[in-house]
Design a protein around this ligand. Structure first.
Ligand code: GDP
Length: 356
């Protein structure tokens, strides 16, 4: 399954955010090692189109697409050498598809900062250095294995070449994601700095409306994406009914909660999109990679759909709304029959035809 690992120094608000993510109230204590076990929380990708489809089709339920988040133990300086919770931490993020790094930018004197002062740039530096060191160590270990296997003609030399190039690049102190290297041959190593990154700034509520401050923080991580949220506010929002939550959100100048942003940006960072199906039972969003063709999209529903794919009847969401029904959309020539080379578009409302 698709997962985004949440990382960050201790006491930056990971547990607080994660509690909001799962709606579970796990202990979020003001204590550097409170977060020990990795937990998984699933967040729905907000999609207002589903409610509209459910109305048109009289669907019993709505099933949005989902993104899972794994809360990983806090990283500390020296984590790559196995200090603190390092090794466990590293094993868990290797499996994530992307990494969301939570950075403290809130200013609460009652909450201890592990390095003594709130310093977003310094914290990012600490984490990135640990991740780079961890990748170097992984490559170091792999290298001797690869060398033996290449000598014994059991491994394609391109794998060793890719590993050496990655090592050389990391030694310049930069993450692999900015290297432009072809890392496909060494994908199995799960190198951390090659994963897509999202930066989550945990800010004070008033900062959410301070464009200058937000621009400053965003500049620290550009071209990577930055999200701004107040973890404390998020944990309050989650306990309110939707109307009260919307009101509280609006009072902070926001139209979208931080969790919704996180799901949306996470989805986008992973290169994913959705298509929709609708009927009396359910209106549902299905997750596919951007650029996926119709048979691959059908395969997400069931592997038989991919194997027996004949064609897809596609109506755009806008056309369904404009015509009000599938029958009317067909009558107006808005329903297209697409074949196996059709590249799915976001918001396609689809019915697959297939052989079983
Ligand atoms: P973790 O170690 O990164 O998981 O951090 P926690 O979520 O446990 O947070 C550490 C402390 O900071 C707790 O006392 C939280 O209540 C507090 N905290 C977390 N987020 C915020 C925030 O956005 N604003 C303020 N003022 N305090 C926060």
């Amino acid at each position: 399954a698709l997962t985004i690992g949440i990382v960050g120094l201790p006491n930056v608000g990971k547990s607080t955010l994660f509690n909001a993510l799962t709606k579970n109230s796990v202990l979020a204590a003001n204590y550097p090692f409170a977060t020990i076990e990795p937990n998984v929380g699933v967040v729905n990708l907000p999609d207002s189109r589903l409610a509209v489809l459910a109305e048109i089709f009289g669907s019993e339920r709505i099933l949005p697409a989902a993104v899972s988040f794994v809360d990983i133990a806090g990283i500390v300086r020296g984590a790559s050498e196995g200090e603190g919770l390092g090794n466990k931490f590293l094993a868990n993020i290797r499996e994530a598809d992307a990494i969301a790094q939570v950075i403290r930018a809130f200013s609460d004197e009652d909450v201890v900062h592990v390095d003594g002062a709130v310093n977003p740039a310094g914290d990012m530096e600490t984490i990135n250095t640990e991740l780079i060191l961890a990748d170097l160590e992984t490559l170091e270990k792999a290298q001797s294995r690869f060398e033996k296997e290449v000598k014994g003609k059991k491994l394609d030399p391109s794998v060793l070449t890719a590993a050496l190039a990655a090592k050389e690049y990391l030694n310049t102190g930069k993450p692999l994601s900015s290297s432009g290297l072809d890392l496909e041959p060494i994908r199995e190593l799960g190198l951390l700095t090659s994963k897509p990154f999202i930066y989550v700034f945990n800010v004070d509520e008033d900062v959410l409306q301070d464009e200058t401050k937000l621009a400053e923080l965003a500049a620290l991580v550009a071209p990577a994406k930055a999200i701004f949220l107040d973890a404390k506010l998020e944990s309050e929002l989650i306990d309110l009914d939707p109307e009260d939550a919307a009101e509280l959100l609006a009072s902070t100048g926001q139209t979208e909660s931080g969790l919704d942003q996180l799901a949306r940006v996470g989805f986008d960072t992973l290169g994913l999109q959705t298509y929709l199906t609708a009927g009396p039972k359910e209106s549902r969003a299905w997750t596919i990679p951007k650029g996926a063709k119709a048979p691959q999209a059908a395969g997400v529903i069931h592997t038989d759909f991919e194997r027996g794919f004949i064609k897809a009847e596609v109506i755009s969401f806008e056309d369904i709304v404009a015509t009000g029904s599938v029958a009317e959309a067909r009558a107006k020539g808005k329903a297209r029959m697409e074949g196996k080379d059709y590249v799915m578009a976001d918001g396609d409302v689809v019915e697959f035809r297939f052989n079983v």
